[in-house]
Design a protein around this ligand. Structure first.
Ligand code: ZN
Ligand code: ZN
Length: 366
């Protein structure tokens, strides 16, 4: 097993591990790489489940080079759950123990800058400066498409032992949905429109409902929309056209009090304001290639609030609790499971939305 001063090992850890290695845009190899060792404040986790994120696909395609990844080869993946198998120095006394089940999220801030100190570590002022302790797993730091991943304790969320790993694996995207709902602010009884029926749309719907929304109307398409409808969402199929008109009809002309944008298309970006009513609160997660003009006069005169959304700060423990209490559902949206070594099939299923693919989980070492 790999050795580093002050690291405690609680289980047999292999010297080499299976991993999906991105060697260039759209080129990944499934092979054996060196198992990493945890440093100060870090633990080594054996990954039991990892979920494909839409961002992974964009990173694989090369959309974000050279920001993500800053160099090749790279190991992606930031939605995962597993068991702690080794603990680095400086990890004692924080309530995490060897063998604990934990779920990961992608951002670990430096912990010392103004943004980190105010809880906004997703906006860390030392982004990308590894020497400060800043990490973003699966983006600029090794991710979870592997049998093991090193993570700072700050990016870990303890799971109850009875929570299945494939559910814990979705704590990160569920946190993104929750953060989107929180950024907009949901009041009891609000009428909420969620734009998009992908993984973040699903969890924005679940979160809005968990936070007390009266009605949640999801705008999306295909089999994914049927899956969400089966969980109790009102749905509008965008492919049939006339989205704002349909929202108008469904709300008796009042439009939505809250609009959560998760689709990232030019149309959905425009619908944020078009589907909002007076005083609407809007939160946006997606950035389309072509950003449309918004109905700015309405934004001003109808006092709409628009918030940007980045990842899921401080939402990990909250979604673990909500999932555990049954108030955010995950299982109905896990549509596919593959061994990690079948990454190509999993990638194709997710990208092609095969059989309404939503949450596609991978199991390393299977
Ligand atoms: Zn993600
Ligand atoms: Zn910071």
């Amino acid at each position: 097993m790999p050795t580093t001063d002050g690291v405690r090992y609680g289980a047999d850890v292999k010297k080499k591990m299976e991993a999906v290695v991105l060697t260039a845009p759209m080129k990944f190899e499934i092979g054996q790489v060196e198992t990493p060792a945890p440093g100060h404040g870090e633990v080594l986790v054996q990954v039991e489940s990892t979920t494909i994120c839409g961002t992974d696909i964009e990173i694989i395609k090369g959309t974000h080079v050279p920001r993500w990844p800053p160099r090749f080869p790279a190991i992606l993946g930031h939605e995962w759950a597993g068991k702690i198998v080794a603990m680095g120095p400086g990890t004692e006394g924080f309530g995490l123990e060897m063998g604990d089940h934990v779920a990961g999220t992608s951002h670990a801030g430096c912990g010392a800058c103004r943004m980190c100190l105010t809880g906004r570590y997703n906006l860390c002022l030392n982004y990308g400066k590894a020497v400060t302790g800043h990490r973003q797993y699966g983006h600029i730091t090794q991710g979870s498409y592997a049998e093991y991943v090193v993570n700072n304790m700050r990016a870990l969320h303890k799971m109850p032992k009875e929570m299945p790993f494939d559910v814990g694996s979705c704590v990160d995207p569920a946190g993104c949905g929750l953060w989107t709902a929180k950024r907009a602010g949901i009041n009891p009884g609000d009428t909420v429109v969620v734009l998009g029926s992908g993984p973040i749309g699903v969890f924005a719907f679940e979160s809005a409902r968990a936070l007390g929304a009266g009605r949640v109307i999801v705008v999306g398409g295909g089999k994914r929309l049927d899956t969400i409808a089966a969980q109790g969402a009102e749905v509008v199929n965008y492919r049939e056209g006339g989205v704002p008109e349909k929202i108008k009809a469904l709300t008796g002309g009042r439009m939505a009090g809250v609009v959560l944008e998760t689709a990232g298309t030019t149309e959905s970006f425009k619908w944020t304001v078009d589907c909002g009513g007076k005083g609407a609160r809007i939160a946006i997660t997606g950035i389309p290639e072509n950003i449309p003009d918004l109905a700015w006069k309405r934004v001003v005169l109808e006092e709409m609030d628009i918030s940007g959304v980045r990842a899921n700060p401080n939402c990990g423990d909250e979604v673990v609790a909500l999932i555990h209490a049954g108030r955010i559902k995950v299982q109905p949206y896990i549509t596919h499971r593959f061994p990690l070594r079948q990454y190509k099939e999993a990638f194709d299923a997710f990208v092609g939305r095969k059989d309404g693919a939503l949450l596609v989980n991978l199991r390393p070492g299977a």
